[in-house]
Structures are given as structure tokens and as C-alpha cells.
Design a protein around this ligand. Structure first.
Ligand code: DHB
Length: 308
């Protein structure tokens, strides 16, 4: 089965890859993704300075998903800029994820990272876990200002990773922002921010930062992810490449993302729980899923969801 895809002119050997945050912080982890069957290497979202992140415990898996408040632990953009040339040797696209603690950080990082020539850059407008900092992606004006500042600094395909939206008015509003800003692809969705998981046995929260509030991932967020993929796919009439992220645990989950309009999918919680072997399993499952239904390739089924 042909699982290769092309996004913004860049060819991916597989449509299954890691989500930023999952096993992609250190040089060892990034090399591990390079050696794995992941269709790309996506870096952890990088900030200007290296960060230890929030105090532990800061990630907790549960039946049906996970909650995290990592707090952007990362090596700092200078270290990733140095790692990129070696990581490009693995023969698959390298996606650099750029974050920031304030608006000025993004252009500073974007300029240098673009110089290191990753294959694509993903601008993360949706980190929900920095105490006292609301996500930029929930402020349409701030998002537009920021994307318009970084866009001219980036010469490789530039995407935006957005948080989930829960109202069609917000899909329209952000769709119009994206349409005005020369964005080459979207990544939908980041974790569902500021959930709360409770352990009733010992009557506690399960992660330490922010009183236990954290971003949700895994199976429980799949319908929210699919809805956002579908809403933006329709807004852009199928002409905006979308990476679907959220709830990909089985091959059929990836298939559902493709049907909704994703060109590729990213794997977060399932990768953390299973390790990089997850990609071989998902590949087999997705291939079987496509074959059963008579599709010739992953690209073949994109957007083909039927409405009633
Ligand atoms: C973190 C979590 C996110 O969902 C994100 O987009 C960026 C960073 C984190 O807590 O490290």
C-alpha cells in the first residue's frame, strides 16, 4: 500500500509521524525517530532559551488518553539549529516546531531555524501549559499579527499548529486569518487545553503543575480533532494541506483523519506509551484498512468522508 504523501511540495515516505512533544526533545530521541518508521522527524517546540519544563509529575496516561503539563522542556533553538543538518540525513522530512514565551521570540527563532534549512517549519500557536500565558491561537488578532511577522522570515513551507476550536464561528474566524497570512499547511489539533484528571481513590490531581490542569491527548480527543480537520478542510475547499493530530492510536484512527481531509497524521500519546515501534504497527493497520475498502493509497481517500 502506498502510504507516501506530499505536503506543500515536500514528499513524506509515510503519512504517519510523531506529534511534537512525543519523544522528540533530545538528540537521542530525534535520532530514534530518524531510525524509526516515522514518516518525518518533528522536533519538540523550541524556545529561545533551553528549558527544564514544569515540575514532575507532569504527564499521566489514563484509560482513553493522557494529560500533560510539560511546560516546554526543550534544548533551546540554537541547539536544534545545530542538530538539523545531521537529522536531515535520515531521508525523511524534518519539521521544526517553533514556540515562544512572548511574541518577539517567534521571529527571533524563526530566522535562525529557517537558516538551518529544515524541510518545513510549524509555528505552534497553541501551547496551553505555561502558567500565566494564554494560548495565542485563541486570540485571532494576536495570531494574525504573529503569523504576519514570521511569514517573511521563513523560506521553507510554513505551517501553523492550532488549538481545537469548538464553534463554527471560530473556525471561520481563524480560517480567514490563515487565508490572509500565506500559510502553507495546518496542523490540527494541539492538545485539548486545561483538562483536569482526578484520582478518586486518593482524592488527588495526577500532575503537579497548575493545580493538576493540563492538555488532554489520545483517544478521548479524537472526535474534537476530526471535527477541526473537517471544518478547516471544508473552509479551504480541500486546497490547504492538513496534518491531523489527536487520537491516533489504531490504524483506523489515521484512516478517519484522512477521510476528514488530513494529508498525514501525527501520533502523540500512543507514541509515548508504545515507543517508536508504534509506527510499524500503525502502518500495517492503516494499510489493511485502506486495502479492505479498495483504496490504492493514503492520498486516495483524502477528504472522502460521506455526509448524510
Ligand atoms: C507543551 C504542550 C503543548 O501542547 C504544546 O503545544 C507545546 C508545549 C508543553 O507543555 O511542553
Amino acid at each position: 500500500m502506498d502510504l507516501t504523501v506530499t505536503i506543500a511540495g515536500v514528499k513524506f515516505p509515510s503519512c504517519l509521524m510523531n506529534a511534537s512533544g512525543a519523544l522528540c526533545v533530545t538528540a537521542e530521541e530525534l535520532t530514534g525517530l530518524g531510525r524509526s518508521r516515522s514518516g518525518a522527524i518533528v522536533t519538540k517546540s523550541m524556545t529561545v532559551e533551553p528549558r527544564e519544563g514544569n515540575p514532575e509529575p507532569r504527564y499521566h496516561p489514563f484509560a482513553g488518553g493522557s494529560i500533560n503539563s510539560m511546560g516546554l522542556p526543550n534544548l533551546g533553538y540554537r541547539a536544534y539549529a545545530e542538530l538539523i543538518p545531521a537529522l536531515k540525513q535520515f531521508g525523511k522530512p524534518l519539521i521544526a516546531s517553533v514556540a515562544g514565551l512572548c511574541e518577539d521570540d517567534f521571529p527571533a527563532i524563526a530566522k535562525v531555524i529557517n537558516g538551518a534549512a529544515p524541510d518545513l517549519i510549524e509555528v505552534n500557536l497553541s501551547c496551553p501549559n505555561i502558567p500565566g500565558k494564554p494560548q495565542i491561537g485563541y486570540d485571532a488578532e494576536a495570531s494574525e499579527r504573529l503569523i504576519k511577522r514570521v511569514r517573511p522570515l521563513i523560506t521553507v513551507p510554513m505551517g501553523v499548529k492550532l488549538p481545537p476550536y469548538f464553534d463554527p464561528a471560530h473556525h471561520e474566524l481563524m480560517g480567514s486569518v490563515i487565508a490572509r497570512c500565506g500559510v502553507d499547511f495546518l496542523n490540527l489539533i494541539n492538545s485539548v487545553g486545561n483538562g483536569l484528571f482526578v484520582n478518586p481513590d486518593n482524592e488527588t490531581v495526577v500532575i503537579k503543575p497548575k493545580g493538576g490542569f493540563g492538555g488532554l491527548g489520545g483517544t478521548i480527543i479524537k472526535p474534537v480533532a476530526l471535527a477541526n480537520v473537517r471544518a478547516f478542510y471544508k473552509y479551504f475547499k480541500g486546497r490547504m494541506p492538513i496534518i491531523g493530530t489527536g487520537g491516533v492510536v489504531q490504524g483506523v484512527d489515521a484512516f478517519e483523519h484522512l477521510l476528514c481531509g488530513a494529508s498525514a497524521v501525527q501520533v502523540g500519546t500512543a507514541l509515548v506509551e508504545e515507543g517508536v515501534q508504534v509506527f510499524a504497527r500503525l502502518e500495517k493497520e492503516l494499510a489493511a484498512c485502506l486495502e479492505q475498502r479498495g483504496y490504492k493509497s493514503a492520498e486516495d481517500c483524502r477528504g472522502k468522508l460521506k455526509e448524510l
